[in-house]
Ligand binder design. Structure first.
Ligand code: HAM
Length: 417
């Protein structure tokens, strides 16, 4: 029978890569909670309408990339392609805004997008997602970016750069759209890629960040949103930049950074790396002030970001895990029960290690002990069992000593060995 295989673009995570993911989550919890963020866990499956209404019907994500299917009652459901929409659905549905004006949430987990798999791009990928709900303050934008930078630095990521832009609010966007339309009408529009020809009427802002060479060339002289912000948006963006400047966090202003999801307003940002090929964004986010209201909630401002865990794992150094304290080798059948008891006692004393489930020769037990990389091998043979002692081998210097069983926890707790 043919062996069953995983779905294309989906991955099994184990060994060093799984350790990296665990480390990412641990570090994220530690750093984000220092800033007052609270962890939430959200469903993977939502009604399709949620994503169409939030991400935007004209986006690639909604048009081409969603895992959408009908359930047994013929309701259209979608595996979440990102976490912001579900977070807001939950915030509105549970009326969390009534309890406090400001909420800071983070969540981790798998997301699903039917994209062409390649290095750093999967169909099931994982995000660390962070959102601040309930403030217009530019200080929130800046602190969020600073926190993200601290997290990426603590991970040991080097050569990443911050790109920053402001997409303005509805008011300045309307004026900008007119200018962009006028510009597009004055160019050889038919030379744009088919997607951009469609976008030029449905979603002109997205034309700006098309990666196709012919579109890029045609848009070199396109008007820039940065020169068309209303005074309030201009001031907001200036304040964000001033705080980042004060904190000496370098950034590049990228007026083409419009992002792939339609809900953004004002500040948008990405951290990019030159070391992972074309899928260079390791984290991205921005402000989405009108979205909560669009989804049926009150008019509440918000901002957030998400990091791609696969991309972070590609860039971060290996995570070193401390070696176990002991391997308890059983040399005689009669020692199996006692060995298990000793193991339990050692773990109750905070020590880590494994106990052999089978009695085996000294040679094979030592081989196993070496494999686990334990600091000490504890040997329990017939002789030791009778005398109520064990033989302890320090694996670093090869020295051996006999010890009473009750002395064992103290001996193994000696971390200098
Ligand atoms: P996004 O830019 O679509 O934003 O995704 C955020 C990050 O997820 C990307 O920068 C990338 O690292 C990772 N990512 C996206 N697609 C894939 C993929 N197919 N394979 C591997 N990694 C991927 C959002 O999702 C927004 N919800 C972020 C946000 C939160 N904005 C405000 N709040």
């Amino acid at each position: 029978m043919a062996t069953l295989q995983k779905i294309k673009g989906f991955a099994d995570l184990f060994g060093a890569e799984c350790t990296k993911f665990t480390h990412l989550e641990t570090l994220a919890r530690e750093i984000f909670s220092r800033y007052g963020f609270e962890e939430v866990r959200l469903p993977l499956l939502e009604k399709t309408e949620l994503f169409a209404r939030s991400i935007g019907t004209e986006t690639d994500v909604v048009q081409k990339e969603m895992y959408t299917f009908a359930d047994r009652k013929d309701r259209s459901l979608t595996l979440r392609p990102e976490a912001t929409a579900g977070m807001l659905r939950s915030y509105i549905e549970n009326k969390l805004y009534a309890a406090a004006t400001l909420h800071k949430f983070f969540t981790f987990g798998p997301m699903f997008r039917y994209e062409r798999p390649q290095k750093g791009r999967m169909r099931q990928f994982h995000q660390l997602d962070v959102e601040i709900l309930g403030t217009h303050a530019p200080e929130a934008d800046a602190e969020l970016i600073l926190m993200l930078n601290n997290f990426l630095t603590a991970l040991g990521l080097k050569s990443i750069t911050l790109e920053l832009n402001s997409l303005g609010c509805k008011k300045c966007r309307t004026v900008f759209h007119e200018k962009l339309h006028a510009f597009l009408d004055s160019t050889e529009k038919e030379k744009l890629c088919p997607d951009c020809i469609r976008r030029s009427t449905t979603n002109p802002l997205r034309v700006l960040d098309c990666k196709q060479v012919q579109c890029k060339e045609l848009l070199t002289d396109a008007p820039r949103i940065s020169g068309n912000l209303c005074p309030e948006c201009e001031e907001h963006f200036a304040k964000v930049r001033a705080i980042l400047d004060e904190a000496s966090l370098p950034y590049t202003l990228n007026h083409l950074l419009v992002r792939g999801l339609d809900y953004y307003q004002r500040t948008t940002f990405e951290f990019v790396s030159g070391e992972i090929g074309s899928q260079s964004a390791v984290a991205g986010g921005g402000r989405y002030d009108g979205l909560i209201q669009n989804l049926g909630g009150p008019d509440i401002a918000a901002i957030g970001f998400a990091c791609g865990m696969e991309r972070l794992a590609l860039l971060m150094p290996e995570v070193e895990t401390p070696p176990p304290d002991f391997y308890l080798a059983i040399l005689d059948e009669k020692g199996l029960k006692k060995g298990l008891q000793i193991g339990e006692q050692l773990r109750q004393n905070g020590l880590c290690g494994e106990v052999s489930f089978e009695a085996k020769s000294l040679k094979s037990q030592m081989r196993q002990a070496n494999k686990t990389n334990a600091r000490f091998t504890v040997l329990l043979g017939e002789d030791e069992l009778q005398k109520g002692i064990v033989l302890v081998k320090n694996m670093a210097d090869g020295s051996q000593q006999q010890a009473k069983i009750e002395e064992l926890p103290k001996l193994l707790q000696n971390k200098s060995a």
